[in-house]
Structures are given as C-alpha cells and as structure tokens.
Write a protein that binds this ligand. Structure first.
Ligand code: NDP
Length: 473
C-alpha cells in the first residue's frame, strides 16, 4: 500500500496534521527523527485512519505515491535545512516538499530556488491554529508553484477549516508568499492582542472594574462586531480564578510577555519595505518593555499623575469603539505590508482571498474578516482599507470616543501605545499637510538633501549658508 502524503516531524503540530489527514481518509506515511514518536503515534491513534510508519527516510520516501508529497513539520531554521538535505536526494523531479513550519520567507525563497534547480517543488506553507487547529482544521497558506498547488490543494483544502463551506486554504503565490502572509498574520495577531490588553487595562484602571466584570464586558463584545476567537478567550482568561490562591488568574501571572519572533520579523520586513506598521511595532515593543524587569524596577518611583480612576458610565462603550477603530488600523497596516511584499517579490497576492482564509482555523479568526473580504471585493486595488465605505463610517463614528480613550489613558498614566499609534496613523493619513515639509527643510539645511515644491516640478536646494537663494539641483 502507498501513502497519498507523508509527514516527517511528529511533535504536536506534525502529529496532529497527520491525524487530520488520516481522519479524512488519506493514507499518510509518518516519520520522525526519533522513532519513538512515530511508534507512539501509531499506537495511540492508529485506529483513526491509515498510517504507514517508517523508521528511515528511505522507507518513508518509498511508501509515498508519485509524484511524492512530503510534509516537513520540524523546528524552523537549521533543523528544516537538515531535513531537506536528508530527503531531497531521495526524491525525483516533480516531487513536492511542503514546509509547514514557521520559516522566514527569505529562507523559503532560498530553499525554493535551490530545489527548483533539481526539479523539486518546494512549497513553503503557513499553518495557523496551533495544535488544535492542526487536528481539527487550521488556516493554511501555501506558497510555491501553481503546478504544485494542483496536486496539493485538494488535500490541503480537505483538512483545512471551513467557513460557510469555503475552505480556509488557497494558493497564496510563488515561493515565499505563503510564509510571508503567515508572518504578517502573526504580526496582526500581536497587534490585536495588544489592543485587547490595553482595553482590559483601561477598563480596570480607568473604569475601576474587576477582572470578572471585565470578562463580562468582553463576553458582551463577543456578541457584536468584535466577535472573534481572541475576544472569546480573553473573557475566559479574565473569568478564571487561580485555584491555589483564589485570586483572579490574571493577577498571579508574571506580567512579562514572551515572543517567538514572527512579530519581530513582520516589523523588520516592514522597515525594509518602507511600510508603516506602527500598531504591530508597538505591540512587539510592548512585549519587549514588559520583559525588561530591570528597567521597570529602576523606574518604579518616577512620578505619575495625581488623578486615578475616572468613573464614567459610558466608558466601556468608548473603549469598544477605540478597540474597533484601532483594529481596523492594525489590519489596514498588515494588508498594506502584504501588498507591498507582493509588489516587491511579484507574488500577485489576492488580499481578499487572504481575509477569506483567515476567517476560520487561525488565531485571528473573526467576523470582522468578512468585512475585509467585502472591502477588497468592492475595490480590489484600494490603497488602504480605511477608506472602504464600511470602515470609513465606523472610524468616523468611533473617532470621538477613540480620542477620549487615548486622552484618558494619557491623563491617568495608563500606557496605551496601541490605541495611540493607531489614532496617530489615522490622523496622519487624513492630514491635509504633514510637518514632513519642515523635516525636508531641515534635511536640506544640514545636508543639502534637496526638496520638492508644491507648485513646481523638480528638485530644489536653498543656499542656507549663503544668501538663501533657491537653486535648482
Ligand atoms: P517543534 O518546533 O518543537 O519541533 C520538534 C520537532 O522537530 C520534532 O519532531 C523533532 O524531532 C524535530 N527536529 C528538531 N530538530 C531536528 C533535526 N535536526 N532533524 C530532524 N528533526 C528535527 O515542533 P512543533 O510541532 O511545535 O512545531 C513544528 C513546526 O510548526 C515549527 O516550525 C513551528 O514553528 C511550527 N508551528 C507551530 C505551531 C504551534 O502552535 N506549536 C503553530 C504553527 C506552526 P525529534 O522528535 O527527533 O526531536
């Protein structure tokens, strides 16, 4: 018997992906560097479908039908290269290697190019949804050649999450496109989480609510336009009581957030592409600040404002509006980065299709993504989501509350960098004139960097050190 597809790397993600495939009736070959994992998988879950365990790479490759489909689910980075080097010599032209790990898209581009020379399709694939998603239906973002998607797409769509019958999987674009989009997905996830955290912090310290009360506020929000997985689990976490102390769980957890790096990559890439993603950057920095225990301890006695909580019956509604508006900005920035990456690398990514495949399976799944899909349907080449009819109206409706929330945060000394940067981005884009004109003047003064004028074409320089006449440069 041959397997339709094989998975090597059977830690939580690979094991669950293999089970998902088997449960859908696809015979799956399974392999892991340490054979004990392979054995354990078949012993525990062998009844769920057809598993073909292999102890060696040779055995594994021999059990795959042709063209071979081989999924690598190992630690990203050097381990992925090691596994590719181990398996590629055993493959033939036309075979496909799917890398489902969290690879950097630049690594994927390099690997794709190297394997293409040997006639092997390398399919860098973003997979979101954690271990539960891998088992029950993740959001899948495959890159690589269109030809490879013809052979892989039906299988991947079969095991992906479905929303309204539509699979949360589509061909993203050539080479690194899938991993790029997965990276930005994670960046948006950082931003979304930071905005939710700020909402909680303000409800607690500006409105004086207890965690259990705030959990109720989030539950209510989850029945409206903010309905999403992240809001849902936020309510769960806030309502949870620590068994050992009887205190709210959120009060016994150390307030230092960790990160694995995809948020940082999103920001680094945005800097390279010249795309403003302040919301994502502030989210990454907020985790970074939280982790600097030494800085925080040294700064604890710096003076803060005299005012404490400002009770205001409508405050929670204002925070909801600030959150929704800031979330629109976060997604607009993320999609801007996807479009910029697509243009830079010639990927031709369909932004509306990305919103569609994020509606289920992944961490940022939300009702909101239907709105984004609709926005790109209405205008596929829109430079920004902010100007879509629905979003523009929501931003207009939210802005007074949004400004109030940011001002309140500043007044009572609660940090709200996500809300503040989102509002600044909104105001920057709407501004008739930006002070960048002054910046240009300064640059021309100290470095003769020249400037353009509003009323004439060309580059100009003012003789600042001389008689200050203007010359054409
Ligand atoms: P880990 O990232 O913890 O990786 C463990 C697996 O990698 C094991 O199967 C291990 O084999 C194998 N491995 C490590 N080094 C080598 C090597 N040099 N040669 C061969 N095999 C090696 O596993 P996860 O399941 O958590 O994640 C797999 C991939 O999926 C990662 O790239 C991760 O970033 C990505 N991912 C994870 C998500 C999650 O929620 N965990 C979500 C989405 C993506 P052995 O048993 O022999 O040690």
């Amino acid at each position: 018997e041959t397997a339709r597809i094989g998975v090597t790397g059977l830690a939580v993600m690979g094991r669950n992906l293999a089970r998902n495939l088997a449960r859908h009736g696809h015979p799956v070959a399974v392999h892991n560097r340490t054979a004990a994992r392979t054995k354990a998988l078949v012993e525990e879950f062998g009844g769920e479908g057809t598993f073909l365990p292999a102890e060696t790479p040779e055995q594994f490759v021999a059990s795959l039908e042709r063209p071979r489909r081989l999924v690598i689910m190992v630690k990203a980075g050097a381990p992925t290269d090691a596994v590719i080097d181990e398996f590629a010599p055993l493959l033939e032209p036309g075979d496909m290697i799917v890398d489902g790990g969290n690879a950097h898209f630049a690594d994927t581009r390099r690997r794709e190019a190297a394997l293409r020379e040997r006639g092997i399709h390398f399919v860098g694939t973003g997979i979101s949804g954690g271990e539960e998603g891998a088992l029950h239906g993740p959001s899948i973002m495959p890159g690589g050649s269109a030809e490879s998607y013809e052979a892989l797409g039906p299988l991947l769509e079969d095991i992906a999450a479905k929303v309204d019958g539509t699979p949360c999987c589509t061909h993203v674009g050539p080479d690194g496109a899938g991993h790029f989009v997965k990276m930005v997905h994670n960046g948006i996830e950082y931003s979304d989480m930071q905005l939710i955290a700020e909402s909680y912090d303000l409800l607690r310290h500006a409105a004086g609510l207890a965690p259990a009360e705030i959990a109720e506020v989030f539950r209510t929000w989850n029945t409206g336009r903010l309905e999403s997985y992240l809001i849902e689990i936020t309510a769960e976490v806030l309502a949870h009581t620590d068994a050992a102390t009887g205190k709210p769980f959120v009060d016994v957890v150390l307030d230092q957030a960790e990160q694995k790096g995809t948020g940082r990559w999103t920001v680094q890439t945005a800097l390279d592409l010249g795309v403003p993603v302040g919301g994502i950057a502030e989210a990454v920095f907020a985790r970074s600040v939280s982790g600097h225990a030494d800085l925080r301890a040294a700064s604890r006695n710096l003076p803060g404002p005299a005012r404490g909580a400002v009770a205001d019956a409508g405050f929670a509604d204002k925070v909801e509006k600030a959150l929704y508006a800031s979330k629109i900005v976060a997604y607009a920035q993320g999609f801007h980065e996807i479009q910029a990456g697509s243009a830079e690398y010639g990927w031709n990514i369909d932004s509306g299709a990305m919103a569609t495949i994020w509606r289920g399976g992944c961490i940022i799944r939300a009702r909101f993504l239907d709105r984004i899909r609709a926005a790109y349907e209405a205008d596929p080449s829109t430079p920004t989501l902010l100007t879509d009819d629905h979003f523009a109206e929501a931003l207009g409706d939210a802005q007074d509350a949004w400004r109030d929330v940011v001002a309140t945060a500043a007044r009572i000394g609660v940090p709200a960098p996500g809300f503040a940067t989102a509002l600044a981005y909104y105001d920057s884009l709407r501004a008739d004139r930006l002070p960048a004109a002054l910046t240009q003047g300064q640059r021309d003064f100290f470095g003769a960097h020249t400037y353009r004028r509003v009323d004439r074409d060309g580059s100009f320089h003012t003789l600042w050190g001389g008689d200050r006449t203007e010359v054409t440069s």
